[in-house]
Structures are given as C-alpha cells and as structure tokens.
Design a protein around this ligand. Structure first.
Ligand code: SF4
Length: 393
C-alpha cells in the first residue's frame, strides 16, 4: 500500500486506489477516511472496525499522529491559541475564535463572511448550518507555513522569514486538533487561512487541504465558510478561482491604496503591483452575492490618513468587496503601531459614506499574542530596514 500522498492528506478516491491494490473492499476506504476526518482518529490501533491486518498495514505506512498540541493559551475573551508541534519538531500556531455577541461585536477573523451568515443559512439550509444552530460558532485561523517569505513589515510571521511549507496533512491536522478542543456548546463554523504563512505560496498543499476540509465525507465545511487570505500572488489567485470555481472565500491583504505605500509595507507589491492585482480580483469567478474581503491593517502614520481611505474608495470601485479595518496589533519585533481610535473611525466613515460595507475588526486574544499579525516564532528578529517608530498618536 504505497502512495506519494501522506495518509492524512489522502482523499477517499486515493484511499480506494491504495486499499484496492491490497485486496481490500472499496467501502474500507470510506471507513478509513471517516476515522481520520470525521472522527479525528489518526492512530490505526483505535480504528476498531478495521481488520487487525489493515490496522497494522496503516501503521507501517505511517498513518498516525501528525501534530500535537503543546500548549494552549486562553485569553480573557475566550480566544485560544494553540501551539502545535509537528513531527519534525517545528512549531506553528492556530487560533480558535468563538463568536462574540453584544453591541458592536463582530467576529474578528470570522468577519470574512459573518455578515452573510444568516442569509446564506436561510437560503441553503446546509449541513454545517444545521450542525451549528444554537451553538457558539467558532472560527479557526490556521497556518500554512512555518514562518513566511513575504516579509510584510507589520506581521510577526513575516519578520521571522520562511522556515518551510506545511504539508496538507499538517494543515488539516490543525483543524482536527482544534475541533477536538472546542468547549461544550461550541461548533466549528469557519476556517480562515490567515495564520502563519502565505497560503498561495504553498498552493498544492493549500488546495489539497481545501478539498479535504470541504469533503462531504470528512469535516464537511461549507466552501463559503472557508476563506483563503493572500498578500496578492496573482497567478495563484487565478488558479484558486479556476480550481474551485470561485467557491472558496478570498481575502486580500491590501493595506494600502497606492503602489508606493503598499510596496513599503508589503514587498510582494513590487512583483505584483496594484493594477495587476485589481485585474486579477475582477477576474475571480465570484459567485452571485459573494464578496471579496479586503483586509486593511491601519498602521499609524503609514496608511491611516483619510486621504488614503478616499484613494481606497477609488481603487475598489466596481469590485464586490467588504472591507475589514484592522488597527495594527503591536508586535515586539516592530516599532510600528496602531492609530488612535478617532483616526480609525474617520477612515471607516469615508468608506461607509462611499457605500462600502466596512467593519473595524475587534482585537481578540491580545493577552495571549493571538491577535492578527502576532503569530510569533520565538526568537524572531526584525529583518526589515528603513522603518522608524510610527508616532503612536
Ligand atoms: S501578513 Fe501574511 S503574507 Fe504577509 S508576512 Fe504575514 S503571514 Fe506572510
């Protein structure tokens, strides 16, 4: 039973091929897939409805624990950051974010599609909606790389640099581990690829993990509940759109409205400048009534002027988008910081007055460094030069 694809990353049809080659019956493939992805059981010895011979073969082939939770940090707001150790000893982080309720409350990363939740549920009556009815909906933010090569100056992962890509099994394992750690009354609702790493820089593994997470025989997340966030890798945006028919949610880390400002915050902009990025977004095969999420981190003194908001309005004209404003979370390795609240609101006002849905993302999990941009690799040192401390007005 050999396959180039690691066991946890294997799709049912691939299990069928490998198991048939061993003389197993076709339904065994579904059983194995259910154990892994529905029940989160990765140890063959615990797969009690399989024959002893098959369990041994699966163990020999390497099916088993992909990753373990080494530490859980729980913030006062219910956010939980999981420090996950991979088989080679590398560590990554994934974050569970329960929805918050009350005036002004909006899920932070769940904002990717939160405002469409109710209308979608009414319309589709999907399995996920039924499963999460009456429960606290949790968004999980997952990582796709150890570190990140993109070097965005406001991001702890970027400051650390890229160590390696994750395999699809390691990406999915985060969700299996996170789901097993949900509190009573919680249900996993959204998965956002907004943790450590640039998902589209690790396209093959990301795409496979998307197929696994949304597979009806497995975790069965609705594809509209899964959002991939990218710094703007244009060829891969087109590929994602083509491979998944635009069904996977797309979020763009934009953070500036002109090439000069964006290039200073995000080195990737020098390779794929804004006109090309906008062209790629207009071409993304977005289903009816869906929108692209624009992520805009407000960095004091860099991109937070109301004039920048006006430029943003112009830039996004004609594109179905919603805008999430994220006051930058301070990170130890960077001298940059967030603007004051009045400036954040002034920025939002410009976008709302221009007719955009625009939300200010609440900071969540600050006391455990789980907020966006804070998925820190220990020992990370700033490697970006040329940025001085922004005035924390
Ligand atoms: S913001 Fe995203 S793409 Fe940029 S460095 Fe951080 S993880 Fe990488």
């Amino acid at each position: 039973m050999t396959s180039a694809v690691s066991p946890v990353a294997r799709l049912p049809e691939e299990w069928e091929t490998s198991l048939r080659a061993r003389g197993e019956r076709a339904f065994t493939a579904k059983q194995v897939f259910h154990w892994i992805h529905r029940r989160g059981v990765l140890e063959p010895a615990s797969m009690t409805n399989l024959s002893g011979r098959l369990r041994e073969a699966l163990a020999t082939e390497g099916l088993g624990t992909v990753a373990t939770v080494e530490r859980i940090h729980r913030a006062a707001d219910g956010t939980r950051k999981l420090l996950v150790r991979l088989r080679d000893g590398a560590t990554i982080e994934t974050v569970l974010l329960p929805a918050v309720t009350g005036p002004g409350a909006r899920g932070p990363l769940a904002d990717a599609d939160a405002d469409e939740d109710d209308e979608d549920d009414d319309e589709r009556g999907d399995d996920a909606a039924a499963e999460t009815a009456g429960k606290i909906r949790v968004t999980q933010c997952i990582s796709t790389q150890v570190g990140c090569a993109m070097g965005c100056v406001f991001c702890a992962s970027g400051i650390a640099g890229l160590k390696r890509h994750l395999g699809a099994d390691e990406i999915v394992a985060q969700v299996l581990l996170g789901r097993a750690l949900l509190d009573e009354g919680e249900a996993l609702r959204n998965v956002v690829y907004m943790g450590m790493g640039e998902p589209l820089h690790n396209y093959e593994a990301t795409a496979r993990s998307l197929r696994l997470l949304t597979h009806r025989e497995g975790i069965s997340l609705s594809s509209r509940r899964v959002t991939v966030s990218t710094s703007g890798l244009i060829p891969e945006i087109a590929r994602l759109g083509a491979d998944f028919g635009g069904q996977i949610g797309l979020a763009i880390s934009l953070h500036a409205a002109d090439d000069e400002a964006r290039g200073a915050l995000m080195p990737i902009n020098r390779k794929y400048p804004l006109p090309r990025l906008l062209e790629a977004l207009h071409a993304y095969p977005l289903p009816r009534r869906r929108r692209i999420t624009i992520e805009y981190t407000l960095v004091s003194g860099k991109n937070d002027d109301p004039d920048e908001a006006r430029k943003l309005v112009k830039l996004l004209r004609g594109l179905p988008v919603k805008v999430n404003l994220i006051p930058m979370n301070p990170i130890e390795a960077s001298p940059l910081g967030p603007p004051d609240w009045a400036r954040v609101e002034a920025f939002q006002r410009v976008l709302i007055d221009a007719g955009y849905s625009c939300f200010i993302r609440r900071q969540r999990g600050d006391d455990v460094s789980a907020a966006c941009g804070q998925l820190v690799l220990l020992g990370a040192k700033p490697k970006v030069k040329g940025f001085r401390a922004a005035p924390s007005s």
